[in-house]
Design a protein. Structure first.
Length: 475
């Protein structure tokens, strides 16, 4: 028998299961703690995508990223369909691949009709190798190298120009390559919209004191410059306010700011066709997080954009957004194996797991909060308050402080939820830990999408100068 969450399950891991697995079309993945397919099976184990998490760990080892294809595809479709339902003009959703750039994730997003936002030559290469058409790849970044710009031009993706150096470099490069260019290269302009939002200081980008984008006061000069560049075709404007945002007001305000900038560009005879409002929709990491649904977010932005254009009697642009976290974040969990325990009477009990800040650097970087369950004791009462520590030589290497868990033993399988975004993509080899494997569950299959690194992988880029020989007793 497979059951889902019920009203009596509030003091066990069952409380974290999605509201219902029958009506998952209405569920916005970013409002759930676990992937939409999460269930408890008759062994009292957590199942994701029809697979017992403990079996996956036995087969693939731990730590293990477990990515649920259904949840990922649902988020992609909800974004795509909401634009279609609420915005009368053309639209496109880009997946912000900085959240997790790998072949499988890019290819799945691409197969749902999404384009990809990339911020480096490496992410661009990944998107291209995943089969994404270059005209659906948008290249961001505040300090793209000349090599990256040349790669972008050769690939034929759209370049989101961030600053004067980049703009002038592109003008020079296109002039040098004039004879090889079939048509002008397509660019967008990123500017800082001067909009504040309430999120962590490190992930706010829309306020004026930000390293990203042109200052709005520079726009007139930039537009003048562009009128003299026949090889650079300005197709649109871009702004991004920040990440993990729960309010909708900042994006409503953004629509007005962007349409004003569009009107300004049009006064220079630069026909802006696209507006990209960035990403930023938050997800539920803990019960107290209350983000709007994907549909509500899109509906509000669509209305704000239509109102802003109508008020200024401007045609509706093609509308783009580029969510990362809300697409991939809720679709993945990380499974660990419980190891040592340290009880400090009256102070704290530490339970250590076999990963930590190298596979999830968010708690130590942003003090991010996560929820955790014991996957092999899902309905057991939560009687213990413990701190889940990683295995790194660093006191701050704590994944979850004061987690409520049942009694645990070494070997138990612990699952941290909501780890799809900015976990693998920010993972490191600190303390020379091999980066974990990732599996994709869905379609009645398990697919290994990223192999676990080996010790040989860790040494792959190392070289030992030949004159340095290790001789015993040489000191
Ligand atoms: N577009 C641009 C230009 C961005 O800079 C970002 C995120 C996004 C889109 C996607 O935002 P999202 O929908 O994922 O919120 N490492 C941090 C998050 C950094 C976000 C960077 N930019 C974290 O772990 O919270």
């Amino acid at each position: 028998m497979v059951s889902t969450k019920s009203a009596t399950d509030t003091n066990s891991g069952l409380q974290y299961l999605p509201k219902s697995t029958e009506r998952d079309k209405e569920i916005s993945p970013n409002q759930e703690l676990l992937p939409l397919t999460a269930k408890v099976n008759n062994l009292d184990h957590l199942e994701i995508g029809g697979w017992d998490v403990t079996t996956l760990v036995q087969q693939f080892g731990s730590p293990l990223y477990i990515l649920d294809e259904h949840t990922l595809r649902t988020a992609c479709r909800q974004y795509r369909d909401a634009w279609k339902n609420y915005y009368p003009g053309e639209s496109l959703v880009l997946y912000a691949s900085k959240a997790w750039s790998c072949l499988a994730v890019c290819a799945i997003c691409g197969s749902e009709g999404l384009g990809i936002d990339v911020v480096s030559g490496g992410e661009l290469y990944t998107a291209v190798q995943a089969g994404i058409s270059p005209d659906k790849i948008y290249f961001h970044g505040n300090n793209k190298s000349q090599t990256e710009l040349i790669l972008a031009i050769e690939t034929g993706c759209i370049i989101v120009v961030d600053n004067w150096l980049e703009l002038k470099t592109l003008a020079n490069l296109t002039n040098e390559k004039k004879s090889q260019l079939q048509s002008p290269i397509k660019i967008m302009l990123r500017f800082t919209p001067g909009i504040e939002c309430h999120t962590h200081e490190y992930i706010r980008t829309g306020h004026l004191d930000s390293k990203f984008g042109f200052d709005p006061n520079q726009l007139n000069d930039v537009f003048t410059f562009l009128t003299e560049q026949p090889l650079l075709s300005l197709i649109g404007l871009h702004a991004h306010i920040g990440s993990q945002i729960f309010e909708v007001q900042p994006h409503q305000d953004l629509a007005n700011v962007m349409v004003d900038a569009m009107a300004k560009a049009m006064a220079y005879n630069l026909p802006i066709k696209e507006i990209n409002v960035g990403g930023g929709l938050g997800i539920r990491y803990t019960e107290s997080d209350d983000p709007p649904s994907i549909e509500a977010w899109i509906q509000i932005i669509s209305k704000a954009m239509v109102d802003a254009c109508t008020a200024r009697q401007l045609p509706l642009p093609k509308l783009l957004c580029e969510p990362g976290r809300s697409i991939i974040g809720p679709a993945c969990v990380t499974a660990y194996t419980v190891g040592s325990e340290k009880q400090i009477p009256e102070i704290r009990t530490y339970i250590s797991v076999d990963g930590g800040m190298s596979d999830n650097p968010r708690p130590i970087t942003y003090e991010s909060l996560y929820r955790v369950v014991v996957a092999n004791k899902l309905s057991a009462s939560l009687t213990e308050t413990v701190t889940i520590a990683g295995k790194h030589c660093e006191s701050g290497d704590v994944l979850v402080k004061n987690a409520m868990l049942p009694v645990t033993q070494p070997g138990d399988c612990l699952v941290v939820m909501g780890t799809g975004a900015y976990n693998y993509s920010m993972a490191s080899n600190y303390n020379r830990l091999p980066r974990p494997a990732a599996v994709l569950v869905g379609n009645n299959e398990v697919n290994l999408i990223i192999q676990r690194e080996t010790y040989e992988d860790l040494l792959r880029q190392d070289t030992l100068p030949t004159r340095i020989v290790i001789v015993e007793d040489s000191i």
